[in-house]
Design a protein around this ligand. Structure first.
Ligand code: MLT
Length: 259
């Protein structure tokens, strides 16, 4: 018997060309709430919970690969009757979007990578993923969330963004956090996917992002034949939540040029 397609939870709002939002680690679709509110008047916004996150089905495996998430996304689009979509994805979501671009290229209209990277994990990075998984189990989710938060946002980030991020991380099952770390650990380099990407590319990055610093975004935009770059002042790694107005301006202008 063929395996049952994985069902992802999606917030699906608005009408018009489909605009898919993919969240980062270890968060869920609600990180895009402001973006969905901003774009739903002109686009069909589809904000997904990746497998193991938010309201989607549990991880169910010790490793969730970027390819698994990409294939889940393609099946979710099938179920929603969406042939092609603009995809906007943050950090780990960007790793998933690049796997999607590699495996389901014909389904992409445009790609927006936000505070992300295209390089695969090197040996030091792989060791850090193992250490992070062990550390999580050692200190527990609340301490893990507090430590992550210090790197996720710029010093100027407000209390409500900080509180939302803490509660999102604390609500994510241990199993999913570890499976995501193991999946990111084995992800391959996809700079080649960016070089060969046949659709428009926008790269957005918080100027104060310490996890995926602006230099990585410059390199990604430069790798694509017509890649566009937008740096968000006063934002760290969570630019869409920290500076939503600037983020929406950048994404809106890009989408208006590539409808
Ligand atoms: C994210 O925000 O999704 C993470 O920083 C990705 C990562 O750990 O590489």
């Amino acid at each position: 018997m063929a395996p049952r397609p994985h069902s992802l939870y999606v917030r699906d709002e608005g009408a018009g060309p489909a605009l898919v939002f993919v969240h980062g680690f270890p968060l869920d679709h609600t990180m895009w709430d402001e973006a969905v509110d901003a774009f739903a008047p002109s686009q069909r916004c589809i904000a997904v919970d990746l497998r193991g996150f938010g309201r989607s089905t549990p991880a169910g495996a010790p490793l969730l690969s970027m390819e698994t998430h990409a294939d889940d996304l393609a099946r979710a689009l099938d179920a929603l009757d969406v042939e092609r979509a603009h995809v906007c994805a943050l950090s780990m979501g960007g790793y998933v979007a690049l796997a999607f671009a590699e495996r389901h290229a014909a389904r992409l209209r445009t790609l927006t990578l936000v505070d992300s990277r295209a390089e695969g994990e090197d040996e030091a990075g792989r060791a850090k993923r193992d250490a992070a998984a062990a550390h999580l189990l050692d200190v527990g989710r609340a301490a893990f969330a507090r430590e992550m938060l210090a790197k996720l946002v710029a010093p100027s980030a407000g209390p409500s963004v900080r509180a939302r991020l803490l509660s999102l991380i604390e609500a994510t099952p241990y199993e999913s956090i570890v499976a995501a770390l193991m999946g990111m650990k084995v992800r391959p380099d996809r700079m080649g996917v960016l070089r060969g990407l046949a659709v428009p590319l926008l790269v957005v990055c918080g100027e104060e992002d310490v996890l995926t610093p602006p230099a990585l975004s410059r390199a990604m935009a430069a790798a694509h034949p017509s890649g566009e770059l937008s740096l968000v002042p006063g934002a760290g790694h969570m630019s869409p939540m920290e500076r939503p107005a600037a983020f929406h301006d950048a994404l809106g202008a890009f989408l208006a040029r590539h409808r």
